[in-house]
Design a protein around this ligand. Structure first.
Ligand SMILES: [Zn+2]
Length: 136
């Protein structure tokens, strides 16, 4: 039997013996916006909840979304209100763009990160693996 095959078999066995909840816990779930229209506005009902899930400021996310969607709006308690009827799919896309840009570690894919400023450059620092990258 050749050694490579041996190694792969061992690796396979090692993965199989991992407790299942370890694997599940590690997977990051993209927050889903609850988005609907009210008159001539678009409501993101769970804005505060999304901010909480990704551990970022509500204001920070909301101003990013406004800028990306090219509209004005207000925060009303838990909700974000955008002027105009915006396709829910488009709002969700921007939420995901925000998470990829400001939250996720690009090395390990975990969301346990912090925004830090180094020499005036905004960086995403991962608390899980220690990787650091500039926000682009
Ligand atoms: Zn990381």
């Amino acid at each position: 039997m050749d050694r490579k095959y041996d190694y792969e078999m061992l690796l396979h066995r090692a993965l199989e013996s991992l407790p299942e909840n370890v694997v599940v816990k590690e997977r990051f779930e993209m927050p889903k916006g609850i988005i609907f229209h009210e008159g001539n506005t678009t409501i993101l009902r769970n804005l505060a909840d999304i901010a909480d899930k990704v551990n970022r400021d509500v204001d920070h996310i909301f101003s990013y979304l406004l800028k990306e969607l090219g509209t004005a709006g207000d925060i009303d308690g838990e909700r974000g209100i955008f002027q105009g009827r915006i396709l829910p799919k488009k709002v969700q896309e921007k939420i995901e763009k925000y998470v990829n840009k400001y939250v996720l570690c690009h090395e390990c894919g975990r969301p346990d990160t912090k925004l830090v400023r180094i020499n005036r450059t905004l960086m995403v620092k991962c608390e899980a693996c220690g990787a650091i990258r500039p926000v682009k």
